[in-house]
Ligand binder design. Structure first.
Ligand code: ATP
Ligand code: MG
Length: 466
């Protein structure tokens, strides 16, 4: 893939410079040729017209033979050939003395003798050189008596043009070579970071999550490198979290099991008539079994949450009765912990559309947290009431405690799976409770809000739509 990008970049640069250089040079060469040849032609044409009008207007005598000598004296030059013929196309004078007395049977001469200017561009019929020539009639009293012809060789001009073209082509080729080299380096600066990122990504894919991309540029490729680094970091984090979870869950599961097994063994050796001891042990076994089954429930819910299979089955439920029932259930534990748990609810039944089992699970989780993080002598207050929020009716359950509270900076994190506050030193729990509660409340179309102040307490608001 990388080779293709490099080739494509260099190819694009080359194509652009090739097209630019080719069209620019083509136009330049065309312009130079037109300019040089054109100026020779203009010069000749002016000379021919000058001689023709001089002859026609200023010479008194009609004797073309004597007049020709005079014209040759005045106008002949080294840079062109000047010929004058009589009206039968016979050369009277030739500044180069090359065609004296010859009859020039040329088309342009015939045109001039017929009264028009004639032009010839091509190869000279005698020398084979490339030439340009202009011919014009010579008149006396409006009667054509002969013609004058100026010819210039274009060989020198073409030599100059060819030299220029050579330089222009060399310059063009040099430019293309320079652009090729530069584009190679530019392509390199793009391709090599991509190659490096590909290498690290490959390593990450093979499971080495400690590798990181070096960030040297702040461009799109640099951004890609940053994204990959972040991804690896997140993967590493969730990997660490998973490991921590597995070790903590094994630990959590072992504690009640040890206690159940311990009490079962003790009770086996206890005489049947020691009812008090028997009762005490059985109570613990029941409590610990409950804790165990709660944990297993959490785990099940968690795996459903992960795969988005967590579902609720809402039906008309008396929410006030449900809260009261949960309160009664938790009351024993509060008493044991010497926490003063109170409740305030409307007297009449209030039907809402909810999954009773799940709502109870939410309440138990929140009250469990309140009990876990509130020391003896503390207070827990539970209340429920109808409220209007943004023109919509909700049933809001409020559970407040006077426990250790949650630091502000952690409030946004505690609903995350496995998140346990640094404040939480007891190490009890998996950090899943609030994540599951939040999901369950959302499934009901409601919201869960938590406010807290360290060392003062925590308030959890659960709003379920009516
Ligand atoms: N009422 C509260 N007072 C103080 N801290 C709280 C309270 N409720 C929750 N927290 C903090 O938020 C963390 C996450 O709570 P969450 O219920 O999700 O997990 P957990 O209680 O640790 O474990 P689990 O509920 O699975 O047994 C807790 O570990 C605790 O640090
Ligand atoms: Mg909890």
């Amino acid at each position: 893939m990388t080779i293709n990008i490099r080739k494509r970049l260099i190819g694009t640069y080359l194509l652009i410079i090739l097209l630019t250089v080719a069209s620019f040079e083509f136009a330049l060469i065309w312009g130079i040729k037109n300019y040089y040849i054109g100026s020779v032609a203009d010069n000749l044409k002016n000379q021919v017209e000058l001689v023709s009008s001089f002859y026609n207007n200023f010479l008194d005598s009609g004797d073309i033979f004597s007049n020709s000598k005079e014209i040759i004296d005045i106008f002949s030059s080294r840079s062109f050939q000047l010929q004058i013929t009589d009206k039968r196309a016979r050369v009277i004078v030739d500044s180069l003395e090359a065609t004296n007395d010859e009859v020039l049977d040329y088309e342009e001469i015939q045109m001039a003798l017929a009264g028009q200017e004639g032009e010839y561009k091509g190869v000279d019929r005698i020398s084979g050189e490339r030439i340009i020539s202009y011919t014009a009639p010579l008149k006396h009293d409006d009667i054509i008596v002969g013609c004058v012809r100026f010819t210039s060789s274009l060989e020198m001009t073409y030599k100059v043009i060819n030299d220029l073209v050579k330089y222009i082509l060399i310059f063009g080729i040099a430019l293309i070579v320079v652009v090729f080299v530069v584009s190679f380096f530019i392509a390199q600066t793009i391709v090599s970071p991509v190659e490096e990122i590909t290498k690290t990504a490959d390593q990450m894919a093979k499971g080495n999550l400690t590798v990181r991309n070096k960030i040297s540029n702040k461009d799109e490729i640099g951004l890609l490198a940053v994204c990959l680094n972040n991804m690896a970091e997140q993967l590493q984090n969730s990997e660490a979290m998973k490991n921590e979870f597995i070790s903590s869950i094994s630990h959590e599961l072992r504690t009640p099991l040890t206690s159940i097994k311990g009490w079962a063994q003790t009770l086996k050796g206890t005489p049947m008539n020691e009812t008090e001891q028997m009762q005490y042990g059985l109570d613990i076994i029941v409590d610990e079994s409950d804790r165990l089954s709660d944990m297993v429930q959490d785990l099940l819910d968690f795996s459903r949450l992960q795969s988005a299979r967590l579902k609720i089955h809402p039906e008309p439920t008396d929410i006030n009765a449900l809260i009261l029932q949960t309160y009664e259930q938790m009351k024993q534990r509060a008493l044991k912990q010497q926490v003063n748990m109170t409740i305030e609810l409307p007297r009449e039944a209030k039907k809402i559309n909810a999954d009773a089992r799940r709502v109870k699970q939410i309440l138990i989780n929140i009250i469990d947290n309140a009990l876990k993080f509130t020391p003896s002598g503390g207070e827990i207050f539970i209340s429920g009431q109808e409220q209007e929020i943004d023109n919509k009716k909700y049933y809001v359950i409020k559970i407040s405690d006077t426990g250790c509270g949650i630091p502000k900076e952690e409030l946004s994190l505690i609903k995350n799976r496995f998140y346990k506050s640094k404040q939480n030193t007891t190490d009890k729990g998996t950090g899943l409770g609030l994540a599951i509660c939040d999901e369950l409340v959302k499934l009901h179309g409601g919201t869960m809000k938590i406010t807290s102040e360290v060392n003062k307490g925590t308030i959890v608001y659960i709003s379920l739509p009516l």
